[in-house]
Design a protein around this ligand. Structure first.
Ligand SMILES: *[C@@H]1O[C@H](CO)[C@@H](O)[C@H](O)[C@H]1NC(C)=O
Ligand SMILES: *[C@@H]1O[C@H](CO)[C@@H](O)[C@H](O)[C@H]1NC(C)=O
Ligand SMILES: *[C@@H]1O[C@H](CO)[C@@H](O)[C@H](O)[C@H]1NC(C)=O
Length: 374
């Protein structure tokens, strides 16, 4: 009995490593979004299909609400526990961060003790070096509420504890406030107090892909009006009756990240609003606070510039800049990928394609509303 079952046992065990070899990926979505929304679900599924690897969208709390109001220290802890509890990730995994989801992804990478190793990190429009505006209060069409934010005490304990994006807002002209009050980004970037472990973990990535959005469609007047009313509805109540100084950004850039270069770790210089420094000229890079320079000098960072507004990624760009880093290099050629590559792709310049892409990526409600009024 025992003898006859032995060979079978053996075969299963020798096959297992082959079957489970492909490295899965996890997706962390952006603010005001959730894993159950069609956009993120579709996005995760597409990446899975094209790369022939398993993808998981990891939810934090209840999704939409908690992405706005749960501080990142907590969001990161939850994500850390989830990642550790998933047996599928034990051999290592890749991270795909969408916008604010990059803060969670990097939090897990740097802060999560005892977590499985992260191999590749694909960042889609992440506010890595900070953000100078509340996301979607300005969907690129209205305002950067700079002066207002300072007045409204973005670094107060109250806002830090109850408005997630405040945890990565960096007002270059209020660095004292930022250093004292901002509870997440300074730690994530090893900005003031340094922790060698964070740097070591960040530097251990095999590949870091930083996707920045430049240029896209211009917004029409109707969209601007709608965005403003959405802004008043969603954002004003957060700030009570505070005066908010509106300033419109260019409609054809990443309309959420200010400056868009933060996706590449570029940012405003200390104490001023211009010029925007490329990553390589920031102290984070030159002094190698978290290992970005180490990674880059080892040829492990891809700075990718794609056409489109915030998260307006096309199928083509997903295949070019994401799928290759999710595909297992050791795996045989992927028929799914080849097949979908040979199909005609929607042109990134046609407005139809843009609309489709926006939904695909799980555009937050605000932006979906905008799309319905072309
Ligand atoms: C992914 O592949 C599965 C199985 O072939 C298919 O049912 C599903 O519709 C695909 N998903 C997307 C988003 O294309
Ligand atoms: C640095 O981070 C590690 C990992 O989270 C932690 O164990 C250690 O205590 C930290 N060191 C300092 C000096 O804070
Ligand atoms: C990114 O691409 C846009 C549009 O093609 C171009 O205008 C811009 O100079 C590029 N930026 C960088 C930093 O390469």
């Amino acid at each position: 009995m025992a003898l006859t079952s032995l060979p079978r046992f053996f075969i299963i065990f020798t096959l297992l490593p082959l079957i489970t070899h492909s490295i899965p990926f996890v997706v962390f979505h952006g603010v005001a979004d959730s894993c159950t929304k069609k956009g993120v679900k579709h996005f995760t599924e597409l990446l899975s299909n094209w790369s022939n690897t398993q993808g998981y969208c990891i939810e934090i709390g209840n999704g939409v609400w908690d992405s706005w109001f749960m501080p990142f220290s907590e969001q990161t802890e939850i994500a850390c526990e989830k990642v550790k509890s998933m047996s599928e990730l034990r051999q290592g995994y890749n991270i795909v961060g969408l916008s604010q989801g990059n803060m969670v992804g990097r939090g897990v990478l740097e802060f999560c003790d005892g977590a499985p190793p992260v191999k590749n990190f694909i960042s889609v429009a992440g506010p890595h070096a900070g953000e100078a505006s509340i996301p979607f209060c300005g969907t690129g069409v209205i305002c950067i509420i700079l002066d207002g934010l300072v007045k409204l005490a973005i670094y107060s304990k109250r806002l830090q504890e109850h408005l997630a994006p405040s945890n990565y807002i960096k007002i270059p002209t209020d660095l004292d406030g930022y250093r004292e009050g901002c509870t997440f980004l300074p730690k994530l970037n090893n900005e003031f107090e340094k922790n060698a472990t964070y740097k070591e973990r960040f530097s251990s990535l095999e590949k870091l892909v930083l996707i920045m959005f430049s240029g896209g469609k211009a917004f029409s007047q109707a969209e601007i009006v709608e965005s403003e009313s959405l802004y008043n509805f969603y954002c004003k109540p957060l700030f009570f009756s505070g005066t908010v100084l509106s300033r419109r950004t260019e409609g054809d850039d990443d309309s959420v990240l200010v400056p868009k270069e933060t996706s590449w770790f570029g940012y405003f210089p200390d104490g001023a609003w211009d010029p925007i420094l490329p990553a390589q000229e920031t102290r984070l890079y030159t002094e190698d606070w978290i290992g970005l320079r180490t990674l880059n000098e080892a040829g492990k960072v891809e700075f990718v510039n794609v056409t489109g507004g915030h998260l307006d990624i096309t199928d083509d760009d997903m295949k070019k800049y994401m799928v290759p880093y999710l595909v297992d290099e050791d795996a045989p050629e992927n028929p799914t990928l080849l097949e979908s590559n040979s199909r005609g792709q929607p042109s990134s310049t046609s407005s139809g394609a843009m609309g489709f892409v926006r939904k695909l990526i799980g555009q937050q409600d605000l932006q979906l509303n905008v799309i319905r009024h072309p």
